[in-house]
Design a protein around this ligand. Structure first.
Ligand SMILES: [Zn+2]
Ligand SMILES: [Zn+2]
Length: 556
């Protein structure tokens, strides 16, 4: 017997209106008895935001922690960092069952093994294309082409309707390795009836269709064949199809492949274990590089984003222990520069060009394609699935609004544009009905801290305007016992008139103490605050910046 209609809701807790950090949740049942399904748990990289000492940003999962007993599981769509990079750090707070396909699970295990102290995380490995239960949710995987093996869309079936959560995808009929996008299953979903698409908007501003991995492979093969000296190729390690293209290009050109960089070694190991590099020749470790003649080697390197510690940066600075390049050699950047990394990538490219090395990028050659659907592909998916509702996710505001407009043009009845933390009802009657807590966490050294914590804000101010530390010893009447002890950190030594900043600060401290009424001078907190203000004002007057100031008052 059918009970009252089940309510189905969706909320993005990350990845909407920003790049990276994907985390979505689906809830089934009446508000007080909702069961949740989480999809993905990704990171974002902090490079673009100037957060001193912070490398990674995570979605704030306090809502999921609060709802933990109702959280049935976490399904990972694929092993890109923006979808699974927060698991090692955040899973211990959730301890939720994780479901992933073999490549994703193996890459997670390899990552875990490379991080000392990382938690043991049980993962249920589910086959490609499989269908399984997660609490009240009936989840079916749909293979999608993307820029990593085993990208999956999820069909999430519930008594309130079926949702297609696309994950990251494109249509590529010749993806080099892995499955093509499962058109048949998607069309079948359209026949069965699909309530909503929650879909990738990354390339919704780009017309037409994405080129294929095969086009890239062809270009790389030609470049390698025609190169005279050494060739180095850098790409995202996780793009196994691209690695395969480079390996095949090397074989045809009668060159050996040398693998340079830990992330690259790790992915190749996992790809071999999971059958994605079957039949490829043996690859060499970096220490073999030196023995090979220049026209017999292709180096496959990490560092496509200009990461200073990665292989390519070190090669460009001639700091790599095994690998060197010189005039006449070629470096192929087979990757997109992620916004925020332009400067670092530019630095590496310039370093290489200054040494007479030929640099090839996707601006002049088809050496990279995106793994995300352009407009014709988005339209095609809508045509196959015929959803009643479409919710654009995975993109910045512009991408989301273009995806929304496209869906409306394609005749989708309800297009819901939401932001992180919006609780969207999918059934019955779609719309934003509430908000749930969301936000950001920072990985700070080995700790995970709240984004609004004072520490990072303090470091930002320190890096901008330095700090002054003042120590005062006062009698119980508030008289100075000795000269103030001052430390100026990161502050110019002299002002524009040549005056010593140290002296100016010292004068400001003494004058402040003298000007304070006797009663206030006996109150260490009042003294500290007055001195702090005076010191910052004195430095500001001479430098145009207010440093942080810490005053320590000791009463004897
Ligand atoms: Zn993604
Ligand atoms: Zn992806």
């Amino acid at each position: 017997m059918a009970g009252p209609a089940q309510e189905l809701v969706f909320a993005p807790l990350g990845g909407v209106g920003e790049i990276g950090m994907n985390l979505s949740i689906y809830g089934l049942g009446p508000e007080l008895r909702r069961q949740w399904l989480a999809v993905d748990l990704g990171v974002s990289f902090a490079s673009e935001e100037h957060l001193p000492g912070i490398d990674l940003i995570f979605p704030d999962i306090r809502y999921l922690v609060a709802e933990r007993k109702n959280l049935a599981g976490l399904v990972l769509t694929h092993a890109h960092e923006d979808h699974y990079g927060a698991i090692l750090d955040l899973w211990p707070k959730l301890k939720v069952p994780i479901f992933a396909t073999p490549f994703t699970a193996a890459l997670l295990a390899a990552k875990r093994a490379s991080e000392p102290g990382a938690p043991e995380i049980p993962v249920t490995v589910v086959p490609l294309g499989s269908r399984f239960k997660v609490g009240p949710f009936d989840v079916e995987l749909v293979s999608m082409a993307h820029s990593i093996p085993e990208s999956n869309a999820l069909i999430i079936r519930t008594p309130a309707g079926a949702v297609l959560h696309t994950g990251d995808w494109k249509i590529d009929l010749t993806p080099i390795l892995g499955d093509v996008t499962d058109e048949k299953k998607l069309r079948a979903l359209g026949e069965e009836g699909c309530l909503a698409i929650v879909g990738d908007s990354t390339n919704a501003v780009r017309d037409g269709r994405s080129p294929s991995e095969k086009d890239v492979a062809k270009t790389i093969a030609e470049l390698v064949k025609n190169a005279r000296g050494r060739v180095a190729v850098t790409t995202f390690a996780s793009n196994v199809a691209r690695l395969r293209a480079v390996i095949d290009a090397a074989r045809v050109a009668d060159r050996e492949v040398v693998v340079v960089g830990r992330a690259m070694e790790r992915v190749i190991q996992v790809a071999r274990e999971t059958g994605y590099l079957e039949g490829v020749q043996d690859l060499r470790a970096a220490d073999a590089y030196d023995y090979l003649p220049p026209n017999k080697v292709v180096a496959l390197c990490t560092g496509s984003q200009g990461e200073p510690r990665a292989a390519l940066s070190r090669i460009a600075e001639d700091q790599h222990p095994d690998v060197t390049l010189s005039r006449g050699d070629t470096v192929i950047f087979s990757a997109r520069t992620i916004p925020g990394n332009e400067r670092e990538v530019g630095r590496v490219m310039n370093g290489l060009i200054d040494q007479g090395i030929t640099v090839i990028t996707d601006r002049t050659h088809m050496v990279h394609v995106s793994g995300h659907p352009r407009r014709a592909e988005l339209e095609e998916l809508i045509g196959w699935v015929k959803p009643k509702i479409l919710i654009p996710v995975h993109g910045e505001a512009l991408h989301l609004s273009e995806h929304a407009a496209l869906a409306r043009r394609c005749g989708v009845k309800d297009v819901v544009q939401c932001r992180n933390g919006d609780l969207v009802r999918l059934s019955p009657s779609p719309g934003i009905i509430d908000e749930v807590p969301c936000g950001r966490l920072y990985k700070d050294g080995s700790l995970v801290v709240e984004a609004d914590s004072r520490t990072v804000a303090d470091r930002k101010r320190l890096s901008f305007a330095g700090a002054v530390s003042v120590a005062l010893a006062l009698t119980d009447k508030g008289e100075l016992i000795d000269d103030p002890s001052l430390d100026l950190i990161g502050i110019p030594e002299r002002d524009r008139d040549g005056g010593l900043m140290h002296e100016a600060v010292n004068d400001a401290v003494i004058e402040t103490l003298q000007s304070l009424p006797r009663g206030r001078r006996r109150d260490p907190d009042a003294v500290a605050e007055a001195v702090r203000r005076a010191v910052r004002a004195a430095v500001n007057e001479r430098w145009g910046k207010k440093p942080m100031c810490h005053v320590h008052v000791l009463t004897v």
